[in-house]
Design a protein. Sequence first.
Length: 96
Amino acid sequence: MSKNKVYLFPGLLFLFFSIFSAYLFRQEDSNEAFIIFLTVILICVSTDIGGYIFGKIFKGPKLTKISPNKTYSGMFGGYFLSVITVSIFFRLCSKF
């Protein structure tokens, strides 16, 4: 069995539950559910952007053999950018 076929079912299962969870959050009529939904999306996007930008700028040693282009600087950059983005988002939400 090839490597890609081994991860197909868990990947599809993860994708299904992710989409279903997003659907359930959007069905709620409260503002809190919408804020939680936006927070999760912001964390994911800012982590990817921070990892890419910091990894390209600072380079550094590789993280693992599983994902050969990931670096420690990208990992820390993604973490820090997501923390900064979420803190700014919550400050903006508290004003309204």
